[in-house]
Design a protein around this ligand. Structure first.
Ligand code: HMG
Length: 400
C-alpha cells in the first residue's frame, strides 16, 4: 500500500486523473516461436529463456492498426458510451498514411460524434505515454471531459533476421478521466531524449531497421536517465514503488533494464525482486512486441493477475527508440477489480488461430501487385476488417 504524493493537479484544482478503463486487441492468428527456431536452426530456449518470449501475434490480410484499434476502442465505448469524449489520441509507429490520422478511420468505424478532435502521435514505442500526458492535462483542466487514448502497432522485422522472433501486434484503448477506476496518475514524471540510431523505419520500408545490441543499451541508458529525472522532479523513492511496468519489446529486456535500474538506485549489491516485474509479462510473452501498446498490455497483465494490488504504486517505464523515455507513477485504485476485463483478455489471446510456419510466411511475405487497388481475404475474427484499397483509398467495414 502506497501513499499518493499529491493528486494530479493543473491550474490549482486537485483532481485525481488517470486510466478509467483499458481494453486490448491483437491479431486473430498466432505463431509459436518454436516454428521460427526450427526454421532458423536456433535452440527454442534462445527465445523462451534468452528473450523470454513464447508466441507472437500475427495479423490476417484484412487486419491492421486500424482494425485492432477499433476493436479495442469498441469495447470501451460499448461499456461507457461516447459522452464526454472530445479528444481521441492515436499513438502508433506503423502509420498507414502520411497525412490522415489512423484515429479518424476509427472514429468513422465507431460512428462517433463529429464534435471530437482526433490526432496521431509518433515517437517509436513511446508515443502512447505522451498521449496519456496530453489526455491528463485536458481532463485536469476540464474534469467532465474524457479522452480516448489508443495505441496500436505491428512489429515487423526482416524474415530470417535475429529480430524476427521479437515481432508481434497489439492495441490498447484507454479511457482517461477524472476519478478513474483503475489507475490515478501522480504528478512527477522523468523524461529523457537522446538522438541515436538504434532502431528506425524509413518511409520506403515495411520492416524496421535495427541495430539490436545498440537498441538494448540505448533502452537501458534512456530508462535509467528517465529515473534520474523523475527523482529530480520530486518522485517517489525507489523503495516506495511496488511494481515496475516497462515497455516490453521482449520480456528479458525488462529483466535486463530492471537489474540495471536496481543497481543504479540501490547499489550493486541489491537484489532484484522479480515479483515487481514478472506479473507484467504474462500477455506480452504470448503477443510479442506491440510497440506503443506494449507497456499498457503489461499493465493489463499486472492488474489481471490474481493478487489484489489496490493502493499499490506502479512505476511506468516507457521507451521509444531513437530515443525518448519517460518514467511516471500511478496508484492502483480501490475497487479496481470490479472494472477489469480479465476473462475477455484471456479469451482474446486464447481464441487466436494457431498458424503453421508456412501459413505465417505466406501472410508475412505477401506481395501486392498494385498497391492502389487490391482486395484482402477475409481472415479476421474481429468486429472490423480492412477490405482493401480502391483508387488508393483504404476501405474498412464492420464484420457484423
Ligand atoms: P540475437 O543477437 O540473435 O540474440 O538477437 P543474442 O545472441 O543476443 O541472444 C539473446 C539471448 O538469448 C542472450 O541472452 C543469449 O545468451 C540467450 P543475454 O545474454 O542477452 O541475457 N541465449 C540462450 N538462452 C537460453 N538457451 C539458449 C540460448 N541461446 C542464446 N540455447 C536481439 C537479440 C534483441 C538483438 C534481437 O532480437 C533484435 O534485434 N530485436 C529487435 C530489437 C529490440 O527488440 N530491441 C530491444 C530494445 S529497443 C526497444 O525496446 C524499442 C523497440 O520496441 C522499438 C521502438 O521503440 O519503436 C524495439
Amino acid at each position: 500500500m502506497s501513499t499518493p504524493i499529491t493528486p494530479y493537479s493543473a491550474s490549482g484544482v486537485a483532481t485525481a486523473v488517470g486510466i478509467h478503463d483499458l481494453a486490448i486487441a491483437t491479431g486473430s492468428a498466432v505463431l509459436d516461436l518454436a516454428h521460427v527456431a526450427a526454421r532458423l536452426g536456433v535452440p527454442h530456449a534462445k527465445y523462451t529463456v534468452g528473450l523470454g518470449q513464447d508466441h507472437m501475434s500475427v495479423l490476417g490480410e484484412d487486419e491492421d492498426i486500424v482494425t485492432m484499434a477499433a476493436a479495442a476502442a469498441k469495447k470501451v465505448i460499448d461499456r461507457h458510451g461516447a459522452g464526454g469524449i472530445r479528444t481521441i489520441v492515436f499513438a502508433t509507429e506503423t502509420g498507414i498514411d502520411q497525412s490522415k490520422s489512423a484515429g479518424v478511420f476509427v472514429h468513422g468505424l465507431l460512428d462517433l460524434p463529429k464534435q471530437v478532435r482526433v490526432v496521431e502521435l509518433k515517437q517509436a514505442c513511446y508515443s502512447a505515454t505522451a498521449g496519456l500526458q496530453f489526455a491528463a492535462s485536458i481532463v485536469a483542466r476540464s474534469p467532465k471531459e474524457r479522452v480516448l487514448v489508443i495505441a496500436s502497432d505491428v512489429a515487423r522485422y526482416e524474415i530470417g533476421s535475429g529480430a524476427e522472433a521479437t515481432q508481434g501486434a497489439g492495441a490498447v484503448a484507454m479511457l482517461v478521466t477524472a476519478d478513474p477506476a483503475l489507475i490515478a496518475f501522480e504528478p512527477a514524471t522523468g523524461v529523457y531524449t537522446h538522438d541515436i540510431d538504434d532502431f528506425w523505419r524509413p518511409n520506403f520500408s515495411d520492416v524496421a531497421y535495427v541495430d539490436g545490441k545498440l537498441s538494448v543499451s540505448a533502452y537501458i541508458d534512456a530508462t535509467v536517465g528517465a529515473w534520474e529525472d523523475y527523482v529530480t522532479h520530486g518522485g517517489a523513492k525507489f523503495g516506495e514503488i511496488d511494481y515496475f511496468c516497462y515497455h516490453q519489446p521482449f520480456t528479458k529486456m525488462v529483466t535486463k533494464a530492471h537489474t540495471k535500474m536496481v543497481a543504479h538506485a540501490l547499489g550493486k549489491e541489491a537484489e532484484v525482486d522479480r515479483t515487481q516485474i514478472d506479473p507484467t509479462f504474462t500477455y506480452s510473452r504470448r503477443i510479442g512486441n506491440s510497440y506503443t501498446a506494449s507497456m499498457y498490455i503489461g499493465l493489463a497483465s499486472l492488474l489481471d493477475q490474481g493478487d489484489d494490488v489496490a493502493g499499490d504504486r506502479i512505476a511506468f517505464v516507457s521507451y521509444g527508440s531513437g530515443s525518448v523515455a519517460e518514467l511516471f507513477t500511478g496508484i492502483v485504485q480501490p475497487g479496481y477489480r470490479e472494472h477489469l476485463r480479465t476473462a475477455e483478455n484471456v479469451a482474446t489471446l486464447d481464441s487466436r488461430r494457431e498458424l503453421t510456419d508456412a501459413e505465417y510466411l505466406a501472410v508475412a511475405q505477401r506481395k501486392i501487385a498494385d498497391v492502389t487497388d487490391y482486395k484482402n481475404a477475409h481472415h479476421t475474427a474481429g468486429p472490423f476488417r480492412f477490405v482493401g484499397v480502391t483508387g488508393a483509398i483504404r476501405k474498412y467495414e464492420a464484420t457484423a
